[in-house]
Ligand binder design. Structure first.
Ligand code: SF4
Length: 357
């Protein structure tokens, strides 16, 4: 097992000079044990996060984005899930090969995590300040814990730090509880924050506040942020680059501006149309017809072909497309070199057809 620490992550070919890659995920695969053997949930996923940059993993439920985040942390909710291949480079170490004891030191200290529902991760019987303090003590900090807790509460832009620290979770709003979790995640000054749907459980107005806070923290702390979300609207407010996942694979990777201006993959075009329809209220609410296939029961050929209005029979249903393009600007479609901006969704197939916003 590798445990030696070097100072930087080896540069990936094509990385612009001067751009320090913080996290470099290469060919990541995740399997789950099924009744008839292992089933691949995440297949050959690669992406980077630079220091001070926010990068999104986007997709519907079942796309594999949360499993990818679990694989980065090498921390899975059940023992049936496991990292089945690939490398996860962070600050010069391949986390995929770290011994469990070494990986425990990385989690919390170099990588912080924030989840969807703050209530599930806070002890209802303990003041929130003590809970932030626990994150520090778990990594061996003994001196100045109380002062650091107050500093973190202030950093989260919560009022009256000492009074807030003494409160129990039920005395705080949902948005305030999420700020406490972010404070705990950042307690040890990690280089990378993984935020898994951090605003989904919150009211819309509070969501915007938390997203703005994440942007300020990223800028102020030069934090790398990996944001897991199903919502391209959240990506637009928060991230510089985006990786779109479908059925356990990356299907498009791009900077946020180009992706919103001219999405290349038909799935991204569908996701974007659903956001634009919702935000502009100019068209009937749109959702991509059909659903993400069940893991392990992937369609032959392109996994998106049963839902794709641009699918070409005889090719798309037989031949799996490769990810084409350069790192950070790629699309997994046979027609990636000549993308068509999609205006051909058949609204009559849309489950939400006829529903107006
Ligand atoms: Fe659609 Fe074919 Fe491209 Fe897949 S390869 S996204 S089915 S056009």
């Amino acid at each position: 097992m590798m445990s030696g620490k070097t100072s930087t992550t080896p540069a990936r070919p094509g990385t612009p000079p001067g751009e320090e890659v913080l996290l470099d995920v290469r060919g990541l695969c995740v399997d789950v044990d099924g009744a008839r053997g292992p089933v691949r949930l995440v297949n050959d996923v690669s992406f980077t996060v630079r220091r001070g940059e926010a990068v999104a993993l986007v997709g519907e439920s079942g796309s594999g984005k949360t499993m990818t985040a679990c694989a980065v942390m090498n921390l899975f909710p059940t023992p049936q899930l496991r990292l089945a291949g690939g490398e996860v480079w962070l600050e010069g170490r391949n986390l995929a090969t770290l011994a469990p004891a070494d990986m425990r030191k990385v989690r919390g200290a170099r990588v912080g995590m924030v989840f969807q529902d703050p209530s599930s991760f806070l002890d209802p019987l303990m003041p929130v300040g003590r809970q932030i303090g626990q994150a520090l003590r778990a990594h061996g900090r003994r001196e100045g814990v109380e002062a650091r807790v107050l500093e973190l509460i202030e950093l989260m832009e919560l009022p009256q730090p000492a009074q807030t620290a003494a409160k129990y979770p039920h005395e705080l709003s949902g948005g305030q509880r999420q700020r406490i979790l972010i404070a705990a995640a950042l307690a040890m000054e990690p280089a990378l924050l993984i935020a898994d749907e951090p605003t989904t459980a919150l009211d819309v107005t509070v969501q915007a506040d938390i997203l703005r806070l994440l942007v300020r923290l990223r800028e102020r702390l030069a934090l790398g942020v990996l944001l897991i979300t199903h919502d391209l609207g959240v990506v637009a407010q928060t991230c510089q680059r985006v990786n779109v996942m479908y059925a356990g694979e990356l299907v498009e990777s791009a900077e946020v501006g180009p992706l919103f201006a001219a999405p290349r993959h038909p799935y991204t075009q569908g996701l974007l149309r659903s956001v634009l329809g919702r935000n502009t209220r100019r068209e009937a609410l749109f959702s991509i017809p059909g659903g993400v296939p069940i893991a392990g029961q992937w369609p032959t050929g392109c996994r998106f072909h049963p839902r794709c209005p641009q699918a070409q029979a005889g090719r798309c249903d037989h031949e799996a497309p490769a990810l084409q393009g350069e790192a950070g600007s790629a699309s997994r479609c046979h027609f990636a070199a000549e993308p068509r901006i999609l205006h051909t969704w058949d609204a009559s197939q849309d489950p939400a057809h006829g529903v107006t916003a």
